[in-house]
Write a protein that binds this ligand. Structure first.
Ligand SMILES: [Zn+2]
Ligand SMILES: [Zn+2]
Length: 451
């Protein structure tokens, strides 16, 4: 059962019978091996184990009680999808509301919205959808035109934190639950630790009390759940989940620390659980003690623009400051239509970049296109930048794949690297449908003729 993610990332997960009976029920065949717990579980027992851990985590940290209205931030990714489903099962009587924030990311956000709508309908949980393009008047993609173009994940984080908090308040929720898993938490801890950013480390605690009156408490019921198990849970319960990764999130530093943790796990199956325990029990209290001694706790006040809490001296929160930046930025175009592509003026220099697999490229490519597989650009962006250096100032890079989806992620990455890159909207499939196709078709070699 592979879980394919477009845009270069793919989880290769096999959930096949392990040839031994389940260590819990002893009746069914095991499909999941949990090395750290020394268990091999069948599908039913694994789901029960997963839900039990969520219930225990909620109770252990007193995340919420029977009277709380719990707003669950659902992105459509495996973690938050597993979270909503498991919370519904662990607390059947709990007042739950799901929240989805459409970030206006092309080839991504609308796809996720559909998945979340399906899930909420299936679980009969009320859903609130808030849309950046519709309700706020901007898209995440717009930040590529600002100086935050290389910090998209941190901008996105600031926007989500503030808007989920605001949405939860509007829904009368006392608690906001998010899908941060064990790997996210420990990976971010390491990344923040190496950067000496101790304030961020505190933000990773399982429960964050309200900063100002009326704000919801923030909780992470999956903090003890390894990332891969969210995926097992989603697959075994056949839940609707995202199939592609965010074009902005690829290759961030937290990913690198997560890879490192996976390597350490090969030697020590318990390493992630151990690191979390040390951080929560020893390190965070130490940092908090030190800060209270130095009286460094920043004064939290409501933002003068949006009313959400901020510790910034000018009382403008990080979200409002970033959004203001958009007003000065020119509207950035990231795509051209197939029609514009065909009518490209001769005098305007462009380079075509084909980001498909070598096999697809051999089958049919546009004349003169450079082949640069998406995996390579996303895994080694600096190397790709060196290869394209000659065109950096003089040319527009037109990036394409079959559907436009993968190449969009590459165009975004090339923008991050300072190139003038445009994605061919809808990819070669859309190009084939245009009435201009006859003209362009001549540029496509006959399939099988080699390239
Ligand atoms: Zn079993
Ligand atoms: Zn604000």
């Amino acid at each position: 059962m592979p879980y394919a993610k477009c845009g270069g990332v793919q989880y290769q997960v096999r959930l096949e019978p392990l040839g031994v009976p389940c260590s819990e029920c002893r009746r069914q065949e095991a499909v999941v091996h949990l090395r750290y717990a020394r268990k091999r579980l069948c599908a039913t027992c694994f789901s029960d184990f997963f839900v039990r851990r969520v219930r225990r985590t909620v109770e252990r940290y007193r995340m919420f009680g029977p009277r709380d209205r719990v707003a669950v931030a659902v992105s459509g990714g495996k973690d938050s999808v597993a979270l909503l489903h498991a919370l519904r099962r662990a607390f059947p009587e709990q007042d739950l509301v799901a929240m989805y924030l459409n970030l206006g990311i092309a080839y991504y956000s609308d796809h996720l919205e559909q998945k979340v709508r399906d899930l909420a309908r299936r679980l009969e949980v009320p859903l609130v959808v808030h849309s950046l393009p519709r309700d706020e008047g901007y898209r995440m993609d717009d930040f590529l035109a600002t100086r935050y173009r290389n910090k998209m994940c941190s901008v996105c984080g600031a926007i989500k934190r503030q808007l989920f908090s605001k949405l939860a308040r509007e829904q009368g929720a006392t608690v906001v639950a998010t899908g941060h898993n064990l790997d996210d938490t420990v990976g971010t801890m390491l990344s923040a630790f190496f950067a000496g950013d101790f304030e961020s480390i505190q933000r990773l605690k399982p429960v964050l009390p309200p900063l100002i009156p009326g704000q919801a408490r923030k909780v992470k019921p999956l903090i003890h759940t390894p990332e891969i198990e969210d995926l097992y849970y989603v697959l075994l319960n056949r839940l609707p989940v995202q199939e592609c990764s965010c074009p902005h999130g690829l290759g961030s530093s937290v990913h690198r620390y997560k890879d490192l943790l996976d390597q350490m796990e090969q030697q020590n199956p318990n390493v992630k659980h151990q690191l979390l325990a040390v951080f929560l029990k020893k390190f965070v209290p130490l940092v908090e003690q030190q800060q209270s001694r130095e009286a460094e706790i920043p004064q939290v006040q409501p933002c003068v623009r949006c009313g959400e809490p901020t510790s910034s001296p000018d009382r403008v929160c990080s979200r409002c400051r970033r959004v203001e930046m958009l007003q000065q930025a020119r509207r950035l175009r990231l795509e051209i239509t197939p029609e514009e592509f065909v009518a490209w003026p001769e005098q305007e220099p462009r380079v075509l970049i084909d980001v498909r697999s070598p096999e697809e490229y051999k089958e049919n490519a546009l004349e003169g296109a450079i082949h640069l597989p998406a995996d390579e650009v996303l895994a080694h962006p600096r190397r790709a930048a060196r290869r394209l250096k000659a065109w950096r100032r003089s040319h527009t890079l037109v990036v394409y794949c079959n559907t436009g989806r993968t190449s969009y992620a590459v165009a975004v990455k090339l923008r991050n690297l300072g190139f003038r890159a445009l994605n061919l909207q809808g990819g070669l499939e859309a190009l084939r449908r245009t009435e201009f196709f006859e003209r362009v078709a001549r540029r496509l070699p006959v399939p099988g003729a080699g390239g």
